[in-house]
Design a protein around this ligand. Structure first.
Ligand SMILES: NC(=O)C1=CN([C@@H]2O[C@H](COP(=O)(O)OP(=O)(O)OC[C@H]3O[C@@H](n4cnc5c(N)ncnc54)[C@H](O)[C@@H]3O)[C@@H](O)[C@H]2O)C=CC1
Ligand SMILES: CC(=O)C(=O)O
Length: 374
């Protein structure tokens, strides 16, 4: 199979969908890899390194997109929609629930859209989301601390306090991968951390991991309102796979926070959990202030640490890509129920229920559709 890797074009997105090691793996398996020139530069991978690993460097995005399978990091931007064509296998983060135009473009062009974020193992874990959630969770505590600084618009407090001065109160809504990793860093920096989750079993696991260094609370509107009001930093880390994020923190709750408090809405890539994060921000201009509260809503947080993130991401995506390239997407998906769950669009239909519900369009079962291609 011919696999194309275009350069990422989102604001400050310096990750790339393939390392030279990934190219080597695919080429050894008998495939051809086209890398758009300079696609890896932001992650410190040069064209020469890709060439030595067996890739062909192509001068334009158009050529990289002409492949049978395109691997990317972020969801395509409107400038990339004209490259879509019937039967193209697009393997990337898609986050379709909050993206009606992208969904329509994929359906109109009958693209086989396989979303990293909905590939799901039988134990319900999300193997192609996990490493980026680890990065974003760790960053959430860091950037939260940074924007609490007065010079960055915050109330001017240090997460860990000092002897004789209170530490910051950090509330994390959602105790999955992002939430756990945010807690690791926030606890490490000395903050007073509370995690809310809907799942009592998850709260038990968090209690086992962190012991008395965090507080756990069951997530409901009453508890969220009480914690948010008292918090210096609130991190949004909820996910219902494939679906639009629930708006758990209302505008009134935000109004109850003290001036200069900070929210970091990591779940913004699925629409965000704060009623007041009504827009996605960028690494160039990452925050805005609403009701006196600093809002950070960057949808590609790992793009800021591209070397770590590119290697972490491709460690998990490349084995799936090799499988798709070796077997074709039909057999690869039918052989692997985890990969099948990644199929969000096929033959002009939405094949992921939560995405179809988000857009009010017809849902078709991916397995039945794929079997028609056998
Ligand atoms: N902005 C960015 O750059 C990035 C964003 N993300 C996003 O972060 C979000 C979280 O991802 P993960 O931690 O990997 O997901 P996860 O599935 O590991 O964790 C989500 C947690 O939310 C909990 N939850 C569900 N409903 C809840 C509710 N009503 N109240 C409280 N908790 C609830 C679940 O029980 C689960 O523990 C996702 O939207 C993901 O796409 C991930 C990486 C980068
Ligand atoms: C998960 C995601 O959207 C990201 O890593 O940018």
């Amino acid at each position: 199979m011919r696999i194309g890797v275009p350069r990422e074009i989102k604001n400050n997105e310096n990750r790339v969908a393939m390392t030279p090691a990934g190219v080597h793996h695919l080429v050894e398996a008998g495939h051809e890899v086209l890398i758009e020139t300079n696609a890896g530069i932001g992650s410190n991978f040069t064209d020469e390194q890709y060439q030595s690993a067996g890739a062909r460097i192509v001068p334009s995005a158009k050529e990289a997109w002409s492949a049978e399978m395109v691997m990317k990091v972020k969801e395509p931007l409107p400038e990339e929609y004209p490259f879509f064509h019937e039967g193209l296998i697009l393997f990337t983060y898609l986050h379709l629930a909050p993206e009606p135009e992208l969904t329509k473009a994929l359906l109109d062009n009958k693209v086989v859209g396989i979303a990293y974020e909905t590939v799901q193992l039988p134990n319900r874990s999300l193997p192609l989301l996990t490493p980026m959630s680890e990065v974003a969770g760790r960053m959430a505590a860091q950037v939260g601390g940074q924007f609490l600084e007065k010079i960055n618009g915050g109330k001017g407090i240090l997460l860990g306090g000092i002897p004789g001065v209170k530490r910051a109160k950090v509330t994390i809504v959602g105790g999955g991968i992002v939430g756990t990793n945010a807690a690791k860093i926030a606890v490490g920096l000395g903050a007073d951390v509370t995690i809310l989750d809907l799942n009592p079993e998850r709260l038990r696991q968090l209690d086992d991991i962190f012991g008395n260094s965090i507080n756990t609370l069951i997530s409901n509107p009453f508890n969220i309102a009480q914690e948010v009001k008292e918090s210096d930093l609130v991190i949004g880390a909820v996910l219902i796979p494939g679906a639009k994020a629930p708006r758990l923190v209302t505008e009134d709750m935000i109004k109850s926070m003290r001036e200069g408090s900070v929210i970091v809405d990591v779940a913004i890539d699925q629409g965000g959990i704060f009623e007041t994060t009504d827009r996605i921000t960028t690494h160039d201009d990452p925050t805005y202030v609403k009701h006196g509260v600093v809002h950070y809503a960057v949808a590609n947080m790992p793009g800021a640490v591209p070397r770590t993130s590119t290697i972490g991401l491709t460690n998990v995506t490349v084995p799936y890509a090799v499988n798709i390239a070796n077997k074709g997407y039909v057999k690869a998906c039918l052989d692997d129920p985890a990969l099948l769950k990644g199929v969000n669009t096929l033959d002009g239909y939405v094949t992921f229920k939560a995405v179809a519900e988000a857009h009010g369009v017809e849902y078709k079962d991916a397995e039945s559709l794929i079997k028609q291609h056998v």
